[in-house]
Design a protein around this ligand. Structure first.
Ligand SMILES: C[S@@+](CC[C@H](N)C(=O)[O-])C[C@H]1O[C@@H](n2cnc3c(N)ncnc32)[C@H](O)[C@@H]1O
Length: 224
């Protein structure tokens, strides 16, 4: 019986091509209106020299950082997305699942000034992965996570649990993706349990939208 986690990563195998097309054509409105800029500014604002983009997908953020002379390294568990990221920019992009990163099976470098995860923490047990990322940060390094805003995404059911994204309204053939909804306190607890200290919280919002488009958390790594 497949776990939601394995179905989640497998859905990216199926959805890689339409995802690459959607990102590169800029068809996801919330991204090009609000959230791309939000994560980019949050990362640039910390003036990092070396950045790891965790769950980098097809690599748009790596390219945006490289364009600004930042040494950006990516890692993702989906082969086609990693290949697309490698082909589209000069960044090193590692192929590794989060499970492999937790087990320390893959060397993806260390001493990063900043690790970011843009809509890439979609599974349930994120604490071991966050703790593994904490160990890859240089002293004083930070983690920047952008995710679905819990209040906007709750849809009337504000408790941690698996949900399903159907990609209705997206162009192309998509396989539904399980993802784990977590409340704001659950996010903050996960950061704390992984040895991070929250130093910033933003709710990026379009001026013409009544609800925030995302939740953006900035946390300082700490010795564990
Ligand atoms: C919504 S996409 C975000 C991609 C990219 N950060 C962006 O902003 O476009 C989620 C990414 O997480 C990756 N991912 C999900 N589960 C994973 C896992 N268990 N191991 C490695 N990567 C995973 C997927 O392959 C996908 O690229």
């Amino acid at each position: 019986m497949p776990t939601p986690e394995s179905t989640l990563l497998q859905s990216w195998h199926h959805n890689a091509q339409p995802w690459i097309e959607a990102i590169r054509a800029g068809t996801i409105e919330s991204r090009h209106q609000v959230t791309d800029q939000a994560i980019l500014l949050a990362v640039l604002g910390r003036q990092p020299e070396r950045v790891l983009d965790l769950g980098c997908g097809e690599g748009w953020l790596l390219r945006a950082l490289t364009d600004r002379s930042i040494d950006a390294v990516g890692v993702d568990g989906e082969t086609s997305l990693v290949e697309a990221a490698r082909a589209a920019g000069p960044s090193r992009v590692h192929l590794a699942s989060y499970e492999a990163l937790v087990e320390g099976n893959v060397d993806i470098g260390r001493d990063y000034n900043l690790i970011c995860a843009n809509f890439a923490l979609l599974h349930q047990d994120i604490i071991p992965l966050l703790a593994a990322m904490n160990a890859l940060l240089a002293p004083g390094g930070a983690l920047v996570v952008q995710t679905l805003h819990p209040w906007t995404a709750a849809a009337g059911d504000y408790q941690d649990g698996w949900r399903q994204e159907s990609f209705a309204g997206f162009k192309g053939q998509w396989q539904p993706m399980p993802w784990y909804f977590r409340t704001l306190s659950s996010w903050l607890n996960a950061l704390d349990m992984a040895g991070f200290r929250l130093i910033g919280l933003q709710e990026p919002q379009h001026p013409q939208s009544p609800v925030p488009q995302s939740l953006l958390l900035v946390a300082q790594g700490q010795a564990q």
